[in-house]
Design a protein around this ligand. Structure first.
Ligand SMILES: Nc1ncnc2c1ncn2[C@@H]1O[C@H](COP(=O)(O)OP(=O)(O)OP(=O)(O)O)[C@@H](O)[C@H]1O
Ligand SMILES: [Mg+2]
Length: 354
């Protein structure tokens, strides 16, 4: 999704992709292992700036790039806080950012103690490699995370009784300039983002607080590029940081049609240290619905045709992925003067992919 704005701006985008038929294969693509320093270094020497669309490039590889004089944005010193949830919790605590109660636990006794102190339930997380709710578990006893503890320390958090989940996007250039997007509301199903509403209804004071928190994190962690801050809103109108992503994020896909500058273009601008674009909304309400799993009959051509017939004005995005239960194969965005209208339209188009 960074490809269209790169083409529009005349920026030559090259991609190091994992597989031959990955979605990124539309750009000039090298195939290689992002965990192998020699592979990444050879790729990086051909470009001016290296950035990421996931956080799985190991710190050792990033350090090798920096040592070789490659411009890595965001830099390894920032990216580590999006790679490791334990490091993130510790750093956010030092910055004084509001977050759930948490602990680093290395054994069953410590986990059991945390659960007992938090009403008999907690949320355990693997520090690294989790996505779409994989690596997140509700635990009621230490045995529930025994397999993870066998492999090393984990993060445990209080289970937050949130009234809703929110996400705050902000872009930051190397020079320090920032651009804040409107706060959005996100709904997850089975730990996976299902829908996003922009802007978040009844934003008010919470929106101001979210923008402040995101700016404090972007500056405090010296982020370059897009930063997404996932948030919980509590019933007493506080916000707590769930986690960070330092790249264009699913909760910002609505910006492609719904904001004056999409998060993908903004990420390119920020990492290239170009002036940032305006972030205001283009319609009163924009709703994004993820396409999870794909059509039961596996027929994407049929589903695409049906979606466009049902809602010709909806923006349908497909990622070139084969349908598989739970997999994000695309998303649909609709916008309107009225929130219900936007939501009904986006859901109707998305329903063609059920
Ligand atoms: N401490 C918590 N209390 C209550 N619910 C939580 C907590 N932590 C996570 N969750 C729920 O689980 C979901 C996934 O958690 P988290 O965002 O940490 O995992 P992830 O797999 O890294 O997510 P992503 O898909 O964003 O990469 C959250 O969006 C939220 O709905
Ligand atoms: Mg998350």
């Amino acid at each position: 999704m960074m490809i269209p704005p790169a083409v529009a701006l005349g920026i030559e985008l090259r991609v190091l992709a994992e597989f031959e038929d990955s979605a990124a294969a539309l750009a000039a693509t090298a195939i290689g292992d992002h965990r192998d320093a020699a592979t990444v270094l050879a790729f990086a020497r051909e470009v001016d700036v290296v950035t990421f669309d996931h956080e799985h490039v190991p710190q050792e590889v990033l350090a090798a790039l920096v040592a070789d004089g490659v411009a890595v944005r965001p830099g390894p010193g920032a990216l580590r806080f999006a790679q490791d949830k334990l490091e993130m919790r510790a750093r956010l605590a030092a910055l004084g950012v509001p977050q759930p109660d948490w602990a680093r636990v290395a054994d069953a006794g410590a986990l059991a103690a945390f659960i007992a102190e938090h009403g008999g339930v907690a949320v355990a997380k693997t520090p690294r490699g989790g996505y779409d709710g994989k690596g997140v578990r509700i635990v009621r006893e230490a045995a529930d995370a025994a397999d993870w503890l066998d492999r090393g320390p984990i993060l445990v958090e209080e289970r937050v009784g949130f009234v809703r989940e929110l996400a705050q996007q902000i872009a930051r250039r190397a020079s320090g300039e920032t651009a804040v997007y409107p706060l959005v509301e996100s709904t997850q199903r089975d730990g996976v983002c299902a829908e996003v509403i922009a802007p978040a209804p009844r934003g008010g004071r919470v929106a101001q607080a979210a923008a402040r928190v995101a700016a404090a994190i972007a500056d405090g962690l010296d982020v370059t590029g897009m930063l997404a801050v996932e948030l919980f809103e509590t019933d007493d109108e506080r916000i707590l940081v769930n986690e960070l992503a330092m790249r264009p994020h699913n909760s910002g896909h609505w910006t492609i049609e719904g904001a004056a500058t999409s998060q993908f273009e903004q990420h390119l601008r920020a990492v290239l240290d170009l002036p940032l674009g305006p972030t205001e909304i283009r319609a009163p309400w924009t709703v994004m619905v993820n396409l999870l799993g794909g059509p039961a009959d596996g027929d994407l051509d049929r589903a695409r045709r049906q979606a466009l017939a049902a809602r010709p004005a909806a923006a349908v995005h497909l990622y070139g992925k084969a349908p598989r239960p739970g997999r994000k194969i695309g998303h649909v965005t609709s916008w309107a003067e009225d929130l219900d209208e936007a939501a009904v339209a986006a859901r109707a188009a998305a329903a063609a992919f059920d």
